[in-house]
Design a protein around this ligand. Sequence first.
Ligand code: FMN
Length: 196
Amino acid sequence: MFETLDAVLADAAAHLTRAARDRKSPMHVPVVGTGDGDLRMMVLRACDPDIGLLRFHTDARSPKARQLGSHAVASVLAFDAEAKIQLRVKGSARIECAGPVADAAWAASSPYARRCYLAVAAPGSPAERPMSGLPEAVEGIRPSEEQLLPARENFAVLVIEPVSLDWLYLAHDGHRRAQFTRGGAGQDWQGTWVIP
Ligand SMILES: Cc1cc2nc3c(=O)[nH]c(=O)nc-3n(C[C@H](O)[C@H](O)[C@H](O)COP(=O)(O)O)c2cc1C
């Protein structure tokens, strides 16, 4: 089934591009790791066809955004139980609060998604009681464009440019595993089979 490295790379790209556009994809919400050892689930919002760029959305005030800053290493872990494929991706990561990518992502987000960024305090701030952190006026409602204006400054995109990819396929008659690396964004992937 997976006889060539090209077929494996195409499979990895198909999984990740589908994950970004299909909320029912098992890889739609992968685990994202940061250099401090922390992990969290995040919705994958975009992946280009050669796995050159992964995009996630987050709060600019969150601990992960502070940890990543403008240049860091981040990892992504996803599993499709039906296809029996695990993907592990590592790359150079940055948080962008302004610019065309963040602006377009903000413009394409629904009012409910944008409402999260109205939280008065940063994610992870202490709270006196169980609460969303949203201003009362927007709790439980679809906020207006005007109400959403202050949220924009708390919104950021996490961009990861993958430089390594580990693909694992689980099979009764013998697992298969391949690894790919690239020198940097835009360069070709170089692959090799490895023992699972
Ligand atoms: C299913 C699911 C999807 C999530 N999607 C996102 C997301 O797209 N962006 C995000 O910042 N946090 C998302 N979260 C919340 C994060 O996992 C995490 O709790 C939060 O961002 C705080 O992480 P931090 O303390 O590392 O900054 C999601 C959580 C779950 C369970």
